[in-house]
Design a protein around this ligand. Structure first.
Ligand SMILES: [Zn+2]
Length: 362
């Protein structure tokens, strides 16, 4: 039976690398019918037929292509409705700066990766012990979790005065108080780095973080290696203190736990080798933040700037776009932006058009 459970899928993907080298081409309907080779995959768009064929076949048919791709097939019999499977695998490979072009067929998921990075991608997928199941039952009292933090990691005991100061500052500056479990945690631990990945920062540092683009009640308290933060919403919406992943890239935020205790429990009970919320089944929902137009423009600009430069490599896979892709995406900068921001890109990398003719009236 096709497997739907993400934990099972991720722990049993058995990826294998095909020997063939593939290329992506676009052909007209007429060219498509005249092809002497069977593409491994084709997709009809209004601009033409996109085909994925072996490089030797494309060369024989004198078809144009940019870049060559290798194929990694994930052997597990995945259900077409398995949520987050492709996203989880893509993230692992993308974090190493490898672009990925997934194709979900009836029985398996297939990943096309640039040929020169195929071995790296395969190794990542084989080695990453992705999202293992929690090794124990959930612990719901922070007092039982704190000793585990000390046993796993070097925790530094918080100087009491600084903690009192921090809590008072948060109350006076934000008008919010910390939930009890978080206070208890900070009484015992400060500046803790769990699994060398989750840095729970001091309250003093937490308050220095730029929160201009965040709702007033959100306090970033945990820093990830990529510099992205995790925040807690102190306004207690729906009687919870939701923990929010601020690494959203786009404009919806993901709630990864419903309390500080749950967050600490999850990062301790999952192996230190995985980011537990990569698995969508661990997420408690999303939050929408409605920014002012000015903030939105700033956020769009920041996202645009974060996308980096165009590579010399393959072409953007968006329709007939002939710009080269950026290194972290199969799209060019403009199309990647539009994909995420869901608005027409207000920025442009186009050079000014060459002046064709100028006339002046005397
Ligand atoms: Zn493009």
């Amino acid at each position: 039976m096709a497997e739907k459970n993400l934990h099972v899928l991720l722990s049993s993907i058995s990826p294998w690398l095909h020997d063939e080298t593939y290329v992506f081409c676009t052909v007209s309907d007429k060219q498509f019918r005249a092809l002497k080779t069977e593409p491994i995959c084709f997709f009809r768009e209004s601009e033409g037929v996109s085909i994925i064929v072996e490089q030797s076949a494309a060369d024989a048919a004198v078809l144009a292509y940019d870049g060559t791709w290798s194929l990694i097939t994930c052997e597990v019999d995945s259900d077409l409705n398995a949520v987050g499977f492709i996203a989880a695998m893509s993230k692992i490979v993308a974090e190493a700066g490898i672009s990925i072009n997934p194709v979900s067929a009836y029985h398996h998921d297939h990943l096309f990766v640039p040929s020169d990075r195929a071995q790296d991608a395969l190794a990542l997928l084989q080695e990453a012990p992705m999202c293992p199941l929690p090794t124990r039952q959930p612990i719901t009292d922070i007092r039982d979790l704190i000793p585990l933090v000390f046993s796993e990691q070097k925790a530094v005991k918080a100087p009491g005065s600084l903690l009192t100061q921090g809590i008072a500052l948060i109350r006076s500056k934000f008008g919010y108080t910390l939930p009890d479990d978080m206070k208890l945690f900070y009484e015992r631990c400060a500046d803790v780095k769990v699994f060398d990945r989750y840095s729970i920062i001091s309250l003093q540092r937490a308050m220095d973080i730029d929160r201009s683009m965040l709702p007033q009640s959100w306090l970033p308290f945990c820093e990830m290696p990529n510099g992205k933060m995790i925040a807690i919403d102190l306004s207690e919406p729906n009687d919870h203190y939701p923990i929010i992943d601020l690494d959203n890239n786009g404009f919806d935020y993901i709630v990864i736990a419903l309390s500080f205790t749950e967050f600490i429990d999850k990062i301790l009970s999952h192996s230190g080798d995985s980011i537990y919320w990569i698995d969508h089944s661990e997420q408690a929902g999303t939050v929408n933040v409605h920014l002012s137009n000015k903030q939105l423009r700033q956020k769009h600009k920041e996202y645009w700037d974060s996308l980096g430069d165009t590579t010399k490599g393959e072409r953007c896979l968006n329709g007939s776009c002939d710009t080269h892709r950026i290194s972290l995406s199969v799209f060019c900068k403009k199309h990647q932006f539009e994909q995420i921001a869901k608005i027409e890109c207000p920025f442009t990398t186009d050079k000014p058009r060459k002046t064709f003719a100028e006339y002046t009236f005397d």
